[in-house]
Design a protein around this ligand. Structure first.
Ligand code: HMG
Ligand code: MG
Length: 301
């Protein structure tokens, strides 16, 4: 049997959250349907965060309610606190993601709480999720560097990841929020985290600010990770990490694993069409190298 990886498409949330112009809910829902049409089965659809903090996600309930049921497709949403969880559950969420950081300063800037306080806030979310059978994923941000504090010790990341795992997150996604990681650091990071959290429960979430995300994914894959977050067309950035660019493009990840003979379940040609479609809605060209190369090849043929 071919080796397989699971791609978690975060474009509708991480990809769009930093867009200045408010994108109509209908476009977000169409994007999600198109992504599913490419074979994507895990989609982070929106964020139940404060609309004052992230105005682009203010239509979270409408997005959630507009999602269509598809066999095998799992939607998740970000929830920073119990208020967000309750709104998400009310709108029908079956999986939520809580998000902590390995940097105190980033944690304050992003969710107005330090690391310890944020974990205290997540406790009632986890309890409520358990009672209602909602799955919980966890994020740790700034795992390879912080826009405010610089280098972050792998041990610090390992402790936060362990806390989230022990609290009940089924998977911990390690976020290189500002994309400063390189493969050597990724290996050191995963070595440290793997001593606290089982490797099958880890995911890689690499932003591509310096073009190192694909190299980092290969390093993480070599260390045993089989789940990677990505965003169609490389959309995105974090409003509380100035200068950070989007996630690694889903097209780049699918191209990489296709060429390595590793199954993703995603059709690259359709995905490129989807990247072209959402980019045109945002008045730009697809950012990813793979989408650009495939478009150029199509034009030549
Ligand atoms: P706060 O201001 O400290 O909240 O924000 P509060 O509890 O003091 O409440 C203040 C107001 O916010 C109240 O409203 C609450 O009702 C409202 P008011 O009385 O003033 O009208 N409020 C909410 N409204 C809607 N939904 C909620 C909610 N909670 C309170 N859930 C808070 C704290 C956490 C809410 C805020 O800081 C926040 O929303 N932060 C989210 C920031 C964010 O979304 N960042 C981007 C996502 S993280 C990311 O991109 C990284 C990741 O991709 C991984 C990686 O790359 O590293 C995941
Ligand atoms: Mg992110």
């Amino acid at each position: 049997m071919r080796d397989r990886v699971r791609i978690v498409e975060v474009g509708p949330r991480d990809g769009l959250q930093n867009e200045k112009q408010i994108i109509p809910t209908a476009i977000k829902l169409e994007l999600i349907e198109r992504l599913i049409g490419c074979g994507i089965q895990n989609i982070e659809a929106t964020a139940f965060v404060s609309p004052k903090w992230v105005p682009q996600m203010a239509d979270h309930s409408a997005v959630m309610r507009g999602l269509k049921k598809h066999d095998g497709v799992c939607y998740s949403v970000l929830t920073p606190n119990l208020q967000g969880f309750e709104a998400a559950a009310e709108a029908g969420a079956k999986e939520v993601a809580i998000f902590a950081a390995a940097s105190e300063t980033f944690s304050h800037k992003n969710i107005n709480a330090g690391i310890a306080q944020s974990l205290e806030r997540f406790a009632p979310v986890i309890e409520a999720a358990r009672k209602t059978g909602v799955k919980i994923r966890g994020y740790v941000s700034c795992v390879l560097g912080c826009p405010y504090e610089g280098d972050i010790a792998p041990q610090t990341v390992a402790h936060v990841a362990k806390d989230l795992y022990d609290m009940g997150c089924y998977e911990i996604s390690l976020g290189d929020t500002i994309g400063v990681g390189v493969p050597d650091n990724v290996r050191r990071l995963i070595e440290a985290v793997a001593s606290e959290v089982p490797v099958p429960a880890l995911a890689g979430h690499f932003h591509d600010t310096y073009g190192m995300a694909v190299a980092n994914i290969v390093a993480a894959h070599t260390m045993g990770l089989r789940v990677f977050d990505s965003s169609v067309s490389g959309l995105g950035g974090c409003p509380y990490a100035a200068g950070a660019s989007g996630n690694v493009a889903t097209e780049d990840v699918v191209w990489l694993f296709d060429r390595m003979g590793i199954e993703t379940g995603i059709e690259l040609d359709k995905l490129v069409d989807c990247a072209v479609w959402i980019s045109s809605r945002l008045d730009r060209q697809p950012a990813s190298r793979v989408a650009q190369a495939i478009i150029a090849t199509r034009k030549r043929n």
